[in-house]
Design a protein around this ligand. Structure first.
Ligand code: MN
Length: 485
């Protein structure tokens, strides 16, 4: 591909200056890869080009596009790194270096891979763009996975499902996460994939017709009557991998899958979101316990929407998701949507990252720095799995601040989540105005009030009740101190 052809494929909003950097990276990469081919038989340069165009689609800054073009250059020729540093400066070379390091680590299953995940998180904590490029690099590799041996296919696909898709999820990049999962699913579990495809072929069209002909017209009419401006109303079938995971959880019972295809409504304002929820509930009876307000209590990754499941026309159970356009974009692109174009050029460092949704990356980084020097990779992975990959519950302080904790967390974790001093001096706890024991398991929406007592010290029982590694570490170090005295 020539530079001119490439340039035509870029979105139009890059300035002449921006394009100059991208062009230099394009030429550098083309030259470096000129004698190489991919397993598919294509020229190697097609791969970095494809990755960089995916990056450009997310409207990321020119440095990130340049780094994407250069991301595999040092793989075969380490000497080139010095030249990249000299020609492109510290920002771009930092990104390229981070990607080269991540790529050097061979994956051998989640248990044995602790060290590589650790390195990835450290790179990510320093500059989140490293991982965004890595995710899109992985996506393109999956798209061309057919050319590799069966063994490699399986390894790369499994690694994607275990590590990269959850990371995309935590970064709020829902669109990338779904693409990674569905592409990897086929190679990681071929038989199951075939089975799901066959099953959904029978079920989904019928469901979609029902939504398109019965449900959506009724709803549209009612919304118009109430003067609600609909920006988008659509129904989308569930993605294969998430469907399969859900079926696994419900003993392969299709009758428990309500959201085989859900209706999504995009409206103009926050007020309209709640109004639409009210209108849906007036039309159809909601299922108790299935109304979820992720607008006032966003998910850990920043996801916002209202969800409800109702007994719909002809008694069919149907799920609705309601959100604004902004929430919609965030749900699809997550952190990348935030990596505002305006921020280009500013140092992309975790410390000045303004977004709340990155708080967990920072926490993880701080926690890693604070944890004892001799923490093994396995211990690190264990706490990662607990704090990072598990489902979260969102609890509230009396002032209304949200403390988000892993499932199964207790008032001890809550107290340490506020401050180690509060954790250390906890004596009792009220949840929703009732005294509970310190082993009480918190659920989302709980209003938690910690009662502290002066001179109170943590004890071994508390260690048993603690679920987060933060609380456990604090208790352990407090116990050590007491023992020394
Ligand atoms: Mn690559």
């Amino acid at each position: 591909m020539t530079w001119q052809e490439y340039k035509n494929k870029l979105p139009k909003h890059y300035s002449e200056n921006n394009l100059a950097v991208i062009e230099r990276a394009f030429n550098f990469a083309s030259e470096a890869h000129k004698d190489e081919n991919r397993q598919t038989g294509e020229p190697y340069i097609n791969h970095p080009i494809a990755v960089s165009l995916k990056i450009a689609e997310l409207k990321l800054d020119p440095d990130t596009i340049a780094a994407a073009l250069l991301h595999d250059v040092c793989e075969t020729n380490g000497i080139l790194f010095k030249k990249i540093r000299k020609d492109f400066g510290p920002q771009i070379s930092f990104l390229v270096d981070g990607l080269t390091k991540i790529n050097k680590i061979e994956y051998q299953g989640i248990e044995r891979n602790a060290e590589s995940i650790r390195k990835m998180f450290m790179a990510m904590a320093r500059d989140i763009r490293v991982i965004i490029i890595k995710l899109l690099d992985r996506l393109h590799n999956l798209e061309t996975l057919y050319a590799l041996s069966e063994e490699k296919q399986k390894r790369i696909a499994t690694e994607t499902l275990e590590i990269y898709a959850p990371i995309a999820d935590r970064l709020g990049m829902g669109n990338i996460k779904l693409k990674l999962e569905d592409t990897a699913f086929k190679y990681a579990y071929p038989a199951e994939y075939e089975w799901i495809i066959k099953k959904t072929k029978e079920k989904i069209p019928e469901r979609e017709e029902y939504l398109a002909k019965k449900v959506i017209p009724t709803l549209k009419k009612e919304l118009q009557k109430n003067n609600i401006n609909i920006k988008k109303i659509e129904h989308r079938a569930k993605h294969y991998y998430s469907l399969w995971k859900k079926l696994l959880r419900y003993d392969m019972n299709w009758y428990t899958i309500y959201d085989l295809a859900a209706v999504r409504i995009v409206v103009e304002s926050l007020e309209d979101c709640y109004a639409v929820l009210g209108i849906i509930h007036k039309l159809w009876k909601p299922l108790p316990g299935r109304i979820k307000d992720y607008i006032s209590l966003p998910k850990q990754n920043g996801y916002q929407s209202l969800h409800t499941t109702v007994i719909c026309t002809n008694k069919k159970i149907t799920e609705f998701q309601i959100r604004t356009q902004k929430m919609h974009e965030e749900a699809e692109y997550g952190i990348a949507a935030h990596w505002a174009w305006e921020m280009a050029g500013k140092p992309a460092n975790i410390k000045n990252m303004p977004h709340k949704k990155l708080a967990w990356v920072k926490q993880l980084y701080d926690w890693h720095k604070k944890s004892p020097k001799n923490t093994t990779s396995e211990e690190f992975l264990e706490s990662l799995k607990l704090d990072f990959f598990e489902n979260r519950v969102f609890t509230l302080t009396p002032k209304g601040d949200i403390i988000d904790l892993p499932e199964g967390a207790t008032p001890i974790d809550f107290a340490y989540g506020i401050h180690s001093d509060i954790g250390n001096s906890i004596s009792a706890c009220k949840v929703n105005n009732r005294i509970v024991s310190l082993s009480h398991k918190l659920v989302s929406g709980d209003l938690v009030e910690v009662i502290t007592q002066k001179n109170k010290k943590p004890n071994l029982k508390m260690l048993e009740y603690a679920k987060t590694s933060n609380a456990k570490n604090c208790i352990k170090s407090a116990l050590k101190k007491t023992n020394r005295n």
